[in-house]
Design a protein around this ligand. Sequence first.
Ligand code: DAL
Ligand code: ZN
Length: 276
Amino acid sequence: MKRKNNHKRRWMTIIVIAILLAFGTFFIIDKMNNEKTPPKEQEEEEERETATEPEPKEEELPEPEKPSNPEEPAPEEATEEPEFGKLVENPENIDVIVNKKRHLPENYVPEDLVPLTDVPTVLSNPEVNQLRKVAYEALKDLFEAAKEEGYELHARSGYRSYYTQASLYASYVENYGKDAADKYSAKPGQSEHQTGLSMDITCEAVNYRLDTIFGDTEEGKWVAENAHRYGFIIRYPKGKEEITGYAYEPWHIRYLGVDLAEKVYESGLTLEEYFQ
Ligand code: DAL
Ligand code: ZN
């Protein structure tokens, strides 16, 4: 009888150990799986962080007026809207001026956006890997010419919808406060990125980020000296912060077409000053 009880107890112990082992194994495997898969929110946060442009400073922009040169096309007409500057009425114009005084309609999306299929990009968000076709063709030529000189440029942030800009601006305000946000990021509707004619470019030397030291790299210097030959200008130059309303952004290039870009470059003026 005693032997039978011992036998029974041994089996009970074996069963309990087996159950504990099974639970332990399940718990460990489950934990490993959770560690292997980063939470989606974190991935999105990282993407937003890398998409963030550096820090700017806000200033009042001069009111854009008619061009001083009568041969130059006048910027398209805009209608007055109190508190937020003027609403741009012809946002598809290649020479459109968008700034703190002139904003785009919330629902404006360029009709001829194309994906950047043939140039190196940095971000995975397909929206920002787009430009208007004419600007993209010019960007390919610019990147190709840079490559021939030994410089590999990367496209980081092109077209941004009104809503993407709203989220980016809000994120700046949250992280740095409103004053800093207004120096580095346009409010929704006030960003040139919504025109599909602007691109933020970068290179390996600055870890593919948007940093003012890009302007000191060989790539950045080459861009500053040659972008106009392909139809682009550096839109927010150093020393012109009070005119453009934004901090120096050596990475932000704006397509204007070769003729106008060359004239603006040769003038040494910002787009605002050129059209005054
Ligand atoms: N960083 C530029 C000013 C923009 O947000 O459009
Ligand atoms: Zn930009």
